[in-house]
Design a protein around this ligand. Sequence first.
Ligand code: FES
Ligand SMILES: [Fe+2]
Length: 348
Amino acid sequence: MALIDSDIRKAKTLPSRYYTTKESFESLLPHFDGWQFAAHRSDLAQNNMLPLDHIEDITGQCMVLVHSDQTRCLANVCTHRGMRVVMEDCNSKQIRCGYHGRSFALDGSFSHMPRFEEVIGFPTLEDDLTNYPLKEWMGLLFTSGNDSPFPDLSILEDRIGWIDIASFTRDTTKDRDYSIAADWALYCENYLEGFHVPYVHPELHSIIEHEDYRVEVFEGGVLQTGIAREGEECFEIPESSPDYGQRIAAYYIWLFPNLMLNVYPWGISINIVIPVSSGNCRVIYRGYVKETRSPTTGAGGDLDTVETQDQWVVEAVQRGLGSRSYDRGRYSPSMEIGVHHFHRLLTK
Ligand code: FES
Ligand SMILES: [Fe+2]
C-alpha cells in the first residue's frame, strides 16, 4: 500500500520523520539530482561563464554555464587535480584552471597543460570537462545531474506561453537569500496551498479572491492561479489564452522538487529551495522583469511581507512536528490537492 493514499479523501499526510530525521532527509536528496533551474538566458548577456553556485549548494555538483557557439553546462572541476575551475561570473575565450594552468576550450574539450609532454597516453577524453544535459524552456535554462527526461510542461505553455519570459532581464534588487529553520519539504508544501492565505497573509488576502484560487496538478509540478479582487493589479490576458477574460493576479508554478516560478504582471520571481539539513533550508529569490514594467503592486507587490509570514509559519510547524504528540494529519480535498500531490511524488 502506498504511504500516501491516492484518494485524498482517505489519505494521511507525510509522517513527521520526513521533516525531522537525518535518514529521511538523506533518502530524499536523490530527488534533487534531476532538472534544476540554472539561469535565465539574460544572465549570459554580460558574461559567458556563470558558475552555478546554487546547484552546488543543492546537489554538491560543481557546474558552470558556458556560452559560445551554443550554451553548455560543464563540470566546473579541473580534470588534473580537481580544482574548481571558474570561480566567478566572467567573460573569456577559454577556460583556464588557476591551480596549474590547464586550459579547456569553451565546449569543455581539453586544450593545453604545461609540463605534461612526457605523460604517456595523454590527453584522452577523460581530460575533457564533462558536459551535463541542458534545456532551455521559455528563456529559462535548466540542467540535470542525471539522465531523467525533462518534464512535460505543455500545460504551462498553454497558460503562460503568451508571456515573453525570455525577454525579461534580471533585477538584482529583487534578489534574496533566506536561511530558514524549517525543512525544505515544509517550505515547499506551504507554497502548494492557498488554504492558509486568509490566516497567515492578511495583506495578500485583501488582494486575491480566496474562493476563486485554483490549483491544478500535473506530472512534474503544480500550477496555482490567484484571481485579483476588483481594482487590484492583474494581467492583460490575450484572447488566445484559455484564461482570457479572467482577472489573474499571479501564476504560481512549482516544479518538483524545489523550484517556484511566480509569474506576475511585472515579471517573474524565481524561488529556489536549497536543502541544508533535516529541519533547515535556504531559499534564494531571483527577479526578472519586463522592459516596460507594470507597477509592483498587487499579488506580486510586497513579497518580503509574504515571505516573512511564510517563514514564521513553517518554522512553527517544524517545531510542532518535532513534538511526539503529532505524526500525521489529513488533507482538505478541496484546498490541499497540491500538498497531497507533492507528498505522493516524494514517496513514489
Ligand atoms: S588542478 Fe587544474 S591545473 Fe591542476
Ligand atoms: Fe504563504
